[in-house]
Structures are given as C-alpha cells and as structure tokens.
Design a binder for this molecule. Structure first.
Ligand code: 26W
Length: 815
C-alpha cells in the first residue's frame, strides 16, 4: 500500500495550487468545472508517480507482460474511482465540503468517455482494474476515438443519434507520450524479392503513412502502487499540406491522404454483435494492431537486442477477433524487419497470442473480403495466404480427403478471410466467457477446431470491478456490509460469502430494504426530472438495461407488460403488486428492428403511464442515453434484473453480475453466466424460466417452430399481438414488428428468438416475483443471498484465472 500523503488539508492546498497555476483563479472564483479539473490533476499526480514506479519495476525485473488489445474500453468516469483506489476519497470529500462543494456534484462535471458499445468494452475496463489490483503487469491498447458511442436523444419516441465529444474534460487523465509515436502504413503496393545474399526484401510503394500518437491513461489498482496503463492511439497524418505541391496536382492527393489518415481515429463503430464490414473499420483494426506491436517490439529490442525471447516476455491478448491482425503483423515484423525464418516467427507468434471469444451470434463473427485486406494491407494478405496454406495442409492430416470440411475450416475461402479461424490457428489459447458459452464453443461453434486442438480451449467466466459497481456506486450498501464483515472483501471478494451467516438477522434485512429504498428514491428523482414521470416507491423496480438486440428479447419483456396492462384494464381493482418497468438501451443506428423496438417501448409507456385506470400500479420508463455513469445509479436501485435472452445466445452477460451484487433478484433464462449465478445463489433465490439451450437449439434447427399456433391457442398472447397490430393509440404502426413475430421477415423465420414460446413460463416466473415481493423479509433474505454469493463474479477472480491458466504470470490474488 502506498503511503497516503493526502490529508484533508494537504488536499485543499493542492487543489488551490492547481487552480492558481492552471486557471489563474482562487477557490472562491472557480467554477465547478475548474474545481473538478483541479481535483483530477491532484489525483493524477499521485497516479503518475505510481505509474513511473510500476514501469521501473517492469524494467528491472523483466517479468512477462500482458498486452490486452481491444477495440473498445468503456472505462467510465475516473475521478471517484482513482480517489477510492488511492484511499483518498474520504479526505477529498471532506476537503471539498470545506471548500463549499458536494463531491457528487463535482463528479458530475466529468465526461463519461463512451469508448465502447456494451459488454465487450466494459469488460475490458473492468479487467484493467483487476490487473492493476492483483498486481499483473498489464497494458491495455485501444484507439483514442474522437467520438465515442453516439449520444442518444429520444424525439417523438424515436432514437436520434448525436455526436459525443468527450475529449474536452476527459483530457486530464490522458498523458501524451509523443516519443513513442509510430508510423502505420495503409494501402499501396509491395514488391517482394530476395537480395544477392538471399535475404527477403519487401519494398512498399504509394502507401499512406499514418502516425499513431499514444496517450496513456493510468488505471489505479485498489490499495496498491501497481498501475495498469491504457494506451490509446490517435491517428495523425504526417503529410504536410504543402501548397507548393498544388500545381503538380499533388496537393489534392496530399489532402486526400491527410484526411484519410486522420479519419481513422475519428469515430467508434456503433455496431454491437453485428458486423458492418466497412473498410474504415478494417483500417482501424490494423492501425491499433500495427502501432501496438511496433511499440512492444521496439521496446523489447532496445532491452534484449533480439526478439527471439519475445514469447517469454509478452502475452498478446486479443479481446474478440477485432485485433486478430496481430498474428500476421507480428509475423511481418519478425520476418521482414528482423530476418527471422517462417518457422521461428510462427513459433513465437503462436506462443504469444491468446484469444477470447465473446459471441456466438453468426452475424457477429468477423469476415473480411480478401480483396479489401489486399488493398489496405497487401503484405499482411500475403502472410495470411501463407498461414492459410500451411494450416490447410495440417487440416489435411486430420481430415484426409474431406475437402468440404477443410474448406469450411480454412482461414481463407470463397474470397473471404475468417478472423476467428485465423485467431484459433495463430494462438495458444482460446476461451469463452462463461461455462455454458465455453461449452457451446467446444461442442458447436468451433467443434472441429476443438477436435484438433483440445488443449487450447478454456473457460474464464467474466467478472466485474466490484469496487466500482458495489463499493463506489452503492456506498450505503458497502457501509452496511463492512459493518458486518469488515473491509477484507474489497481485496478478497469471496469474503462476501460471510454475509450468508446473517440470513436470520432481522435488523440487517430491514436495513438492506431501507438502503434499496433510498437508492430507488434517487432513481425516482432522476426519472421525475428527466422523464416527467412520477413512479410509485412501493412498486417493484424491474430493470432491463443493455444494448437493444433481438436475441436479448426486450420484446418478451414488452409483450408481458402489455399483458399486465390487459389484466389491470379488465380488473382495475385486482390485488396487484405495483411495477415500474425501466428500460435503458441504445440501438445500432442501422438496426431498424431495434430502433422500432425503442419506439414501441415509448408507445406502450405513453398508453400505460397516462391511463387513469392504471394509476401508479404500472409505469414504463425509458431512460435516455444509457451509459456507465447512469448504470452506476440504476444498478443499486434495481429490485429485479431482467436477463431474458434466448438460451444459448448471450455469451455471458455482465450486467447480471452488477445487479446481483447490488441485491437485485434475477429473472432469467439458463443462458450465459445466469447459469453460474443460479448455481451460486441456488434455485430458490432466483427466478429461472424458459427453454434451456439444447431445447432452444433443437427447436430452431427442426424448423418446426410455429408461433402462429401459439397465437391461435393462447388467448393472452393473441390479445397482446392483436393490440400490437391495432396500435397503441398514437398512430404509430407496429404491424412490421408483429409480422416479424408471427410470420418472419428480413430473411428470417417467424419469431426467430422464440419470445412467444417462452412467454407463458416468463409470465409464471413474473407472477412468482410479485408473490415474493409481498413478503419483504423473504425478499430481503433473497437479496442478501445474492450479494453474499456474488464474490465469484469479481473481475479480480477472472483476471487471476487468466493470469494463472493463460498468461502464466503471478498475481497476489488468493482464490
Ligand atoms: C464486428 C462488430 C462487433 C462488435 C462488438 C461484433 C461483436 C462485438 C462484441 C464482441 C459483442 C459483445 O460485446 N459481446 C458481449 O461480450 C460480453 C463480455 O464478454 C458478454 O458478457 C456478452 O454476453 C456479449 O454479448
């Protein structure tokens, strides 16, 4: 533990000093924004000091380093997190108080950097925290997108996308490292030949040079001096806009190249679990990979004079296939720039790379046209062809004469490059992100690869940064926990288990209920302010927040809400446990069904929220622009966590873990990590419903699923669907969505994700939820059991498993 030199008074002085030097103002005249920035600068000083120490130790001991490559890092705000981890949050809060400010107000000044879409990016951020805390020497690498995920506005019930500019106030945490600028080459042609000594020479012509300028974000660990570094590359053009070139026609060309280069880090692609295949995206991937590898290799060579020992000193972890080009790029650097033979280069490369798969959705598995890879990175395509040829020869040994299978498993076939196949062939480890998902990879998605390389396949169940999501987001709950079991769980999350001993402690259960209510109130106030809706504090806060995707089945939730509405309309005086259904979700801008589903939520919300027969028994709320900072308010306030994807499709889910840790009860299918949550809490403390994976997969494969029959035979569903067909009184036509469910469309079968099939068991589970809520003590007991059993879903545990089983580096984590 680093010594905490920051007492309240020292902090006040430091903040005043920063205000003076950076803004030439005194505390009394400072704006909130300036106060925020001054605080951030003070905290940053402590971090950079640790960062230098950490770097020095890495240099000194030369331990194996982990390089975590990901196109997305959804880090969230940094000030509170860093202050907490450095042990100075209380002093800082007190210092600000004396200066006349509420800490929470100051935190709100910070932009919430949206450098990710959802699960993948948030997981990467949680793992940075886990690496820093457990003592892994880790660096994350990504792109410094000028515009992160779009800002969502709702206009007339419809999503409108606005650009998000996060850099202005996010700048404080990023330290430019200009000396490490690298050049990445895009496009052009190559000429390969052997010189008189038989040495391979690769000449590049007409390419566009792009400078990769790194910005480093120090990521603090809890109660440790170890810092993980997040290196974000910004694309800059080295081509000067030289007017002299104009006359020769070169000026416009120079301008074009300049613009192309700088576009690379302009914007994050907003597709999640869906590939779009634009060439800019491929350029982004290569830009990230090439800059990162050049950086690592240059430093390695400076230290050891050779890359021969590269695999001993580095692990290149690729988070999904998006950075798979590390494989051919490392081959290129080893062979072309370091005269290594193919065999040596391949041994080093395939011993250095580890790959995590995050999705089984076929439309998310990346493929790139050979022609595009050829055009944008000709040398890389050459190397991929060679990898493919050798790989196919290997395949021939496993499956002699089975041409079909070999072509199915090939890396390059039918003019496309299959990134997952390249990632599996060129890595020493592939893992899924929950037990169920890892099994599905072995048994179905990558079955033949598993036959060939059984030892490469592993599972590491996802985990979340429990200090951010519990201790910081829900300080009252953390204080209650700590009053019973102490602070040890902050570093040893499995100690949360001790809470299970307090199941009979009536006072504790009541306090738990009170804290939930306080957190609900905060959310209710937010809803009142932003949505103008008054929600019932005695209603169940039932929350589904996540990206909008058909497989996640927001539709199932909606259908059920409509059915509850019918029930209440028929019998307004019925004994009904009130509900507030909360949604938060962004839809990919090009995903029409998802966008229409957002509109549907608004239409039913309008109908229900304004119906005097319904009153405060039922409310539907859509929270605009769902993001990390909002999640930090929503999770602590939730009572029901909706995790209702069709079984077999959600790789893990991580929101499910955040809710559980904050005492919400899960209503969910046996999908992703829900399976392990169920195992951890026991069937009696979770609401499980619906088909399990084998049944869902068999039914889909049989082609015999006919939702129309369900519609005809189930009067509840019939009424809900008919209502959707007739509309909800606001003139918006939803026959398109109804048709998708009943008849299919967009090239897919009717109700592809089988919401109608699972509807009745979902409705039954929801009824059990209502019954259970009538007995607060039982409810709070279940809530406590969820918290007590959530320790295994901490990122520290996941990171320690990666370290032990895949990266082979030491940690200080005790399992
Ligand atoms: C190429 C477009 C694209 C973009 C992002 C394809 C796929 C992705 C991500 C891999 C999708 C994603 O975020 N997957 C989620 O990963 C989480 C972390 O492991 C899991 O918890 C979620 O279940 C999974 O959907």
């Amino acid at each position: 533990m680093p010594k905490n030199l920051y007492t309240k008074n020292a902090l006040k002085e430091a903040i005043a000093g920063k205000l003076q030097r950076h803004f030439a103002c005194e505390v009394a005249d400072a704006t909130k924004d300036q106060i925020y920035e001054a605080c951030a600068l003070v905290v940053r000083d402590a971090l950079t000091e640790h960062m230098i120490q950490t770097q020095n130790e890495v240099e000194k001991y030369g331990e194996r380093q982990v390089h975590y490559l990901c196109m997305e890092f959804l880090v969230g705000r940094s000030l509170r997190n860093n202050a907490y981890n450095l042990g100075m949050l209380d002093e800082l809060t007190a210092a600000l108080k004396e200066m006349g400010y509420e800490m929470a107000d100051i935190f709100e000044q910070e932009a919430d950097p949206g450098l990710g879409n959802g699960g993948l990016g948030r997981l990467a951020a949680c793992y940075m925290d886990g690496m820093a805390t457990t003592g892994v020497r880790g660096t994350g690498y990504s792109i410094r997108y000028e515009h992160g995920i779009f800002k969502q506005k709702i206009e007339d019930g419809q999503q409108v996308e606005l650009p998000d500019s996060w850099l202005a106030s996010g700048d404080v945490w990023q330290i430019p490292a200009m000396d490490d600028t690298r050049e990445v080459r895009i496009g052009g042609t190559i000429d390969t030949h052997f010189d008189e000594n038989g040495k391979l020479v690769v000449e590049y012509h007409d390419y566009t040079p792009v400078l990769a300028v790194p910005y480093d974000m120090p990521i603090s660990g809890y109660d440790t001096g170890n810092i993980a570094r997040l290196r974000l590359w910004e694309a800059k053009s080295p081509i000067a806009l030289d007017m002299k070139l104009f006359s020769s026609g070169e000026y416009l060309k120079a301008l074009e190249k300049h613009a192309m280069a700088e576009t690379i880090s302009m914007v994050l692609y907003p597709e999640d679990n869906h590939r779009e295949g634009q060439s800019l995206r491929l350029k982004q991937q290569y830009f990230l990979v090439s800059a990162t590898l050049q950086d690592i290799c240059a430093k390695h060579k400076a230290k050891y004079g050779t890359l021969a020992n590269f695999a001993h000193k580095h692990v290149l972890h690729i988070n999904d296939t998006h950075p798979t080009l590390v494989i051919p790029e490392l081959m290129r650097i080893l062979m072309d720039d370091n005269d290594m033979s193919w065999e040596n280069a391949w041994n080093i490369t395939s011993q250095s790379v580890a790959y995590t798969n995050h999705t089984v959705m076929p439309e998310a598995l990346e493929c790139w046209p050979v022609s595009l890879v050829q055009e944008l990175m000709p040398r890389i395509m050459q190397i991929i062809h060679e990898i493919n040829e050798r790989f196919c020869r290997d395949l021939w040994n496993y499956f002699p004469n089975d041409f079909q299978k070999i072509s199915r498993l090939a890396i390059v076939s039918d003019g496309i490059v299959r990134m997952a196949h390249l990632a599996i062939a060129g890595s020493f480890s592939i893992n899924g992100v929950s037990a169920l998902h890892s099994d599905i990879l072995k048994e179905r998605v990558f079955k033949d690869f598993y036959t060939i390389y059984p030892a490469k396949f592993r599972n590491v169940t996802n985990g979340i940064a429990h200090r951010r999501w519990l201790c910081e987001a829900n300080p009252k709950l953390a204080a209650l926990i700590e009053s019973k079991i102490g602070k040890g769980y902050r570093k040893h999350p499995s100690e949360l288990q001790v809470l299970a001993n307090y199941g009979e402690d009536k006072a504790l259960l009541a306090q738990l209920g009170q804290i939930k209510r306080d957190n609900k109130l905060r959310l209710a106030e937010y809803i009142k302010e932003h949505n103008g809706i008054e929600v019932n504090m005695d209603s169940i806060f039932d929350v589904q927040v996540k990206r909008l995707h058909e497989y996640k089945r927001q539709m199932l939730n909606i259908l059920h809400i409509i059915s509850l509405y019918h029930k209440l309309k028929d019998n307004p005086g019925m004994d009904f446990v009130p509900r507030t259904f909360v949604f938060g979700s962004k839809a990919a801008p090009g995903y029409a069904v998802a966008k229409k589903t957002i509109q549907l939520i608004h239409s039913i919300a309008n109908m229900i929220n304004n119906d005097p027969d319904i009153g405060d028994k039922l409310k539907v709320v859509f929270i605009e622009d769902y993001k990390v900072s909002l999640a930090e308010m929503i999770m602590p306030a939730a009572e029901i966590s909706e995790q209702i994807s069709i079984a077999g499709k959600e790789a893990s889910g991580t929101g499910n873990m955040k809710f559980m840790m904050n005492g919400a009860l899960t209503i969910g299918t046996m999908d992703g990590a829900n399976v392990e949550i169920c195992e951890a809490v026991g069937r009696e403390n979770i609401f499980i419903f619906g088909m399990e994976t084998p049944e869902a997969e068999a039914l889909a494969a049989s082609g015999n699923y006919e939702p129309m029959l369900i519609y005809q035979n189930d009067p509840v569903i019939k009424r809900v669907m008919d209502h959707m067909i007739h509309g909800f009184g606001d003139g918006v036509d939803y026959t398109d969505l109804a048709n998708l469910l009943l008849h299919g469309g967009n090239g897919g079968p009717a109700d592809r994700y089988m919401s109608l099939k699972d509807f009745s068991s979902y409705a039954v589970a929801q009824e059990r939820v209502g019954e259970m809520y009538r007995r607060p003590e039982n409810w709070n007991y279940m809530s406590l059991m969820n918290i007590a059993n959530s320790g295994r879903f901490a990122a520290d545990r996941s990171v320690a498993e990666y370290a032990q089983n895949i990266w082979r580096v030491k940690t200080n984590f005790a399992f």
